[in-house]
Design a protein. Structure first.
Length: 173
């Protein structure tokens, strides 16, 4: 695993950016809770020029809205994905990335193909066993509780880019 080769981040939502729990409101929308520290790490990546994608089987527009507030571009939030390889290819093509330049986070069987194809496959500590077995990095943190923050911050630190600029942050967010 060479963190210096990582130029972008992509991740699943349920079980990675959230703890996997969903609430259903009266309109049928599935609601999730997100860790603010994970959101800050996403913002730091965006602030330092890393493309970020969400590739999820979830279909709630609330996912898109939350990710946009974290700095992810609307066109890089892929919802209702049944074959995540298609959206991953679109993301890589859009930013002229090789798959090995992307860190992908997943927690369940539908994520395995991308975790194997990318440069660094990361999973939360509570991922299913099949995913843990193929992951390059099993985070010490569970989904929705710091897994994204852990790996994104570590990658940016290794690359000398974990630097907070309040003026830039205020202008961007």
């Amino acid at each position: 695993m060479n963190l210096n080769q990582i130029k972008a981040f992509a991740f699943d939502i349920d079980g990675v950016a959230t703890d996997g729990g969903v609430f259903c409101n009266g309109d049928g929308d599935l609601l999730r809770t997100y860790d603010a520290k994970d959101g800050f790490a996403i913002r730091m990546a965006v602030m330092h020029g890393y493309p970020v994608a969400v590739i999820t089987g979830g279909s709630s527009e609330s996912i898109r809205k939350r990710m946009i507030t974290s700095g992810v571009k609307a066109e890089d939030v892929f919802l209702h994905c049944r074959d995540k390889r298609e959206q991953f290819a679109i993301f890589c093509e859009r930013y002229k990335l090789q798959p090995e330049e992307v860190m992908y986070f997943g927690d369940d069987v539908p994520d395995i193909d991308l975790m194997v194809a990318c440069g660094c496959g990361v999973c939360p500590s509570d991922a299913v066993e099949e995913v843990k077995a193929i992951a390059d990095w099993v985070s010490g943190y569970p989904g929705g509780k710091g897994c994204l923050r852990n790996a994104i911050e570590t990658t940016l630190r290794v690359q000398g880019k974990w630097e907070f600029n309040p003026v830039q942050y205020k202008a961007k967010f």
